[in-house]
Design a protein around this ligand. Sequence first.
Ligand code: USQ
Length: 391
Amino acid sequence: MRVLILGGDGYLGWPTALRFSARGHEVSVVDNFSRRRWHTEHGSASLTPIADFDRRIEAWHEVSGEQIRSYVGAVEDGDFLDEVVAETRPEAVVHYGQQPSAPYSMLSRERAVETQYTNVIGNLNLLFSLRDHVPDCHLVKLGTMGEYGQPNIDIEEGYIEIEHKGRKDTLPFPKLPGSLYHCSKVHDSTNIHFACRTWGLRATDLNQGIVYGVETEETARDERLITRFDYDELFGTVLNRFCLQAVIGHPLTVYGAGHQTRGFLNIRDTLACVELAVANPAARGDFRVFNQFTEQFSVLELAERVKLAAEHLGYSVEIQHLENPRVEKEEHYYNAIHTKLLDLGLEPTMLGEELVESMIHAIERHKGNAIESSIDPHTRWNPAKSPAAQA
Ligand code: USQ
């Protein structure tokens, strides 16, 4: 198949490009390196030493004999994206080309606007390019479980059957996004759903949980193929952060009580889910939603698991409860349905102690690159409530 990957230089986009290329698909990737730039602007960097885009692609060719075609440009530039789509004529587009951080979106008005512009306009540009050049192409969009928030009822996969005043309908599941980044993903879902209903496009929204892990089958084949690994307050996700913190002797940063519960999945399962979605496309006019995670944990449970595994490896680990910089529920019901990918054949990777230990070992190899000053949280969801603002 011809597969176009937007955001092909990122934590997930790069390994996804390698996976499809390794399977013999014709892969093209797009990136504008904004993720690398955002890190430079904030004094953080990937723990793993990532090669630049061209060198990565050359290395992959050397290792596998496969070619990946690359395009450098921004999805917000509709003319650029349109040319790429017209030239590559993809049968599937995997769209990761977005600003993925909730704290980044809450930093300031400028960063919030940038997040929503990059995400909402980039996605809208893509919908028009698909409509005009390849209306049969399957859009596989990375959404987020955070679109739903933490309602006091079970979270269904995208839709809920509602009975209201004696009438029934199946409607999009209500959304309660927890940051302006998460809001951007809700807006994307609305726009994609509209494009499917109105133009007959086909799309799958992968409402993904929090991803953890360092390596995939393909990135492990050569040092130059390694993917980025973030642990800073803006772009690092919680489990990756805790593992790095354990290795460098930084207390594990649990926000508030730590009873916030989320869905999680291993980076290898992200690739498996995207492959399953691409291999089993949505029908024309269909907007499918899959909840893409394998296990639920509270933040505190994760900290305890990391502490235990790291202590078995000889580390001494402290769990620190910080005042929560976010506005989020710390005590809540959480039960999200996630059967659609399992029904397609996903075999989940579970977070056992061995897996945490293997992450710790992978991190140990690069621990000298850690920038400790980028770890502690400074971004507050409501600055009016911060101790600094009150002082
Ligand atoms: N948290 C801590 N300590 C930390 C970092 C985070 O307690 O050091 C807590 C947060 O308060 C939050 C939870 O851990 O309750 C998750 O935070 P996170 O930064 O790992 O993840 P989040 O902001 O939700 O966003 C991440 C990705 C995003 C993706 C989302 C999936 O950055 O791209 O969409 O996970 S989900 O969480 O299901 O919405």
